[in-house]
Design a protein around this ligand. Structure first.
Ligand SMILES: [Zn+2]
Length: 253
């Protein structure tokens, strides 16, 4: 159904330390009629506690999946502790665009493969069905999607695209779906202000299309300016007939 309007909300950086914030976002969305989202779980956020080692977090994620949310693999460590040294060509992405979180930007191939395999194994052991992988800060080496396809992930996403990987019963990869995600930069007040101005404009464009993507990070709802705008965008999208779905379901449609 090409005319159907879809609304994909993704909740980034779920890990034991952000469980309360993600739970609040899930409730915030539900109050506004969005019962499904894609929840991006980091196996060992910043080399900290394992997602599988914290019973409260494990139970929360399992319950979200049972309620219709999708669980997505989001990096492994979400940091650059074991990454190669920054070079002139990567320093913009690693230090200015992100706060040293671009884990999959320049890892050696074997290390990337190893982390993907470990993440997937952890998810499987917990009963979480990860059909998608999203790299921290959406930044990854050009060869990462090829590895993901080999490992039968169904899709990945970037800031500007959803990338189906042609896994499973779809032998040929389908072309990427262009659609820029709404996304806030909350780590400084000027960034919050600038991103609110930018996202307001972007939403005005997106609401004329068939797909609205909204990416939330754990602290976004803590800032009144962002909370107000996210509230407006979610309500407006639902009112305009955008149907809440997940990335996994959207790609499989
Ligand atoms: Zn992230």
């Amino acid at each position: 159904m090409p005319d159907k309007k879809s609304f994909i909300v993704s909740l980034h950086d779920a890990h034991p330390g952000s469980r309360g914030q993600i739970a609040e976002q899930v409730a915030f969305l539900a109050e506004r009629g969005v019962m499904r989202s894609s929840i991006l779980v980091v196996p060992e956020f910043h080399h900290g506690a394992s997602a599988g080692g914290d019973a409260a977090f494990r139970d929360a994620v399992t319950a979200w999946q049972a309620a219709g949310h999708e669980i997505v693999l989001h990096g492994y460590f979400h940091d650059r502790k074991e990454s190669p040294r920054e070079t002139l060509s990567t320093v913009f992405w690693t230090r200015l665009y992100t706060n040293r979180e671009a884990e999959f930007l320049d890892l050696p191939r074997e290390a990337a493969q190893d982390r993907l395999a470990r993440g997937r194994k952890l998810f499987e052991s917990l009963g979480w069905q990860a059909s998608g992988f999203v790299a921290p800060a959406w930044l990854m080496a050009a060869w990462v999607p090829g590895i993901l396809a080999e490992m039968k992930f169904a899709y990945t996403t970037t800031l500007k695209e959803i990338v189906p990987l042609g896994a499973g019963d779809r032998p040929e990869a389908v072309p990427p779906i262009a659609s820029q995600s709404l996304c806030y930069s909350a780590r400084a007040s000027w960034r919050r202000f600038a991103s609110a101005v930018w996202n307001k404009q972007l939403f005005q464009q997106l609401r004329e299309t068939n797909l609205v993507r909204l990416s939330l990070h754990p602290r976004d709802l803590e800032f009144p300016l962002l909370r107000r705008q996210i509230d407006q965008i979610v309500r407006s999208a639902v009112k305009r007939g955008f149907e809440p779905t997940t990335y996994g379901e959207y790609v499989a449609r």
